[in-house]
Design a protein around this ligand. Structure first.
Ligand code: AMP
Length: 114
């Protein structure tokens, strides 16, 4: 989608600080980090929200989580721990409508989230 900012990052049209990529998945640092490490993991293919995920996307969703695990290791977060978040629509706080996993780490997280 040409008007989707994350599709444009995936296409290389907008710069991003990329920390991992493969043929299906891209991970880059969040522009407005909420923790010392804040990385977004996205599918290259446009899927707007978690509501739009279909059964045939199950493998792709698994790839997102596997990439999150790999980036967490790469960033030295694995042992201390980290948080993964997928916001969906207004009440979930989603602002970019291309499904993405937030990987947050480098500090202790609170629960429940705000
Ligand atoms: P969400 O609110 O869950 O939709 O998360 C969207 C995230 O994308 C926010 O944390 C933003 O800071 C981040 N973001 C928006 N534009 C960019 C960009 N161009 N590069 C990196 N992160 C971005």
């Amino acid at each position: 989608m040409t008007d989707c900012i994350f599709c444009r990052i995936a296409a290389g049209e907008i710069p991003a600080n990329i920390v991992y990529q493969d043929e299906d998945v891209l991970a880059f640092r969040d522009l407005n980090p909420q923790a010392p490490v804040h990385v977004l993991i996205i599918p290259r293919r446009h899927i707007a929200t978690l509501n739009d995920v279909a059964p045939e996307d199950v493998q792709l969703l698994g790839r997102l989580l596997l990439a999150a695990k790999m980036v967490a290791e790469q960033e030295g977060l694995a042992e201390a721990g980290y948080r993964t978040v997928i916001n969906c629509n207004a009440d979930g706080g989603q602002t970019v409508f291309h499904v993405h996993v937030h990987l947050l780490g480098g500090r202790s997280m609170n629960w429940p989230p705000g």
